[in-house]
Design a protein around this ligand. Sequence first.
Ligand code: GLA
Length: 383
Amino acid sequence: MNQPTPVREHVMAAFARRFGGEPALLARAPGRVNLIGEHTDYNDGFVLPMGIDRAAWLAVRPRSDGRVRIYAHDLDEEAAFDVNALDRTQRGWVAYIQGTLWALREAGIPLVGWDGVLASDVPRGAGLSSSAAVELVVARAAVALAGAPWDAPRMARVAQRAENEWVGMACGIMDQMASACARRDHALLLDCRSLDITYVPLPRDVAAVVLDTGTRRGLVDSAYNERRAQCEAAAAFFGVPALRDVDEATFNARAHELDETTRRRARHVITENARTLAAAEALRAGDYTRMGALMVASHASLRDDFEVSTPALDAMVACALDAPGCYGARMTGAGFGGCAVALVAAEHVDAFCEQVLACYTARMPHTPQVYVCHAEDGAAIAT
Ligand code: GLA
């Protein structure tokens, strides 16, 4: 079902066609799916994502004249610029490339020019961090060309800075940390304040199945920024730096003093942090039933308290919960469209996918997709 395309081969063939010969190196950085811990990262909280076996790939060969020529294979577009004259007015995909190079230079990484081919099989706008994958693959290749050591969490910060300060999207740190630091066959419990990671094994007897609603998020930036502001207002009310610092007892004691909307936003974040820690424990213990129940509670909280779900996401989650082998399901990523994720017993995956697709197609006018994902390593030079 939706086998990943051989992106690596596409990139190598396109490099030979465009630039002739072989690249000096090939880098890859995965997208991610977040199992639980949604809208908690910018509240200094906890998230539990995994890298997926869909990735951005970049083949590069250095040039001596400081020019960057990059061909985006999926879009069939080429851009060229001087690495010493990055241009903030450029929009679209080039902004992610230039922004990452800018943030690398700000971090003291010397830059050279290069010819490169970029391609990705991370679906765009689906909540699977296609942009973080592009940022991290550019960083991985540029750091290798500079001969500098690769410090994955530091480079996640660099990529986040590119997105915040160059692209202008006020995202948290989850996506970049997941793409940089993911580990094969593991999810990562990330403390978004300290950036401490605890890797939690994801045994092969369960699968993370990504369920794409076929809807793409609209108005997500403004709604995202509004949620961030509401969370900051709630933290200020409790007199703490971030909602991470408020436990459920403290919240319950003073919740009635908050207005209805702020109360609901804060309740989501505070309960989601607790659910995420509990989910990591459940996964470690092999208690998929408990993990699934926490995912279901997360979805309800995102739908009712944080108000970032949609009828399509709700329908997909309902279909998943009815299908064979499903321990739990929830929307994943920022919301307002995109994907849900389900935890499914490996032996039931085929029947599960078949039933979910039929159920969703009967209920919704959109075309769904299913990606059965394996947990993959973070950004690396491909050998
Ligand atoms: C987007 C952002 C992340 C995170 C999620 C919601 O993916 O890029 O930083 O806030 O939304 O959990």
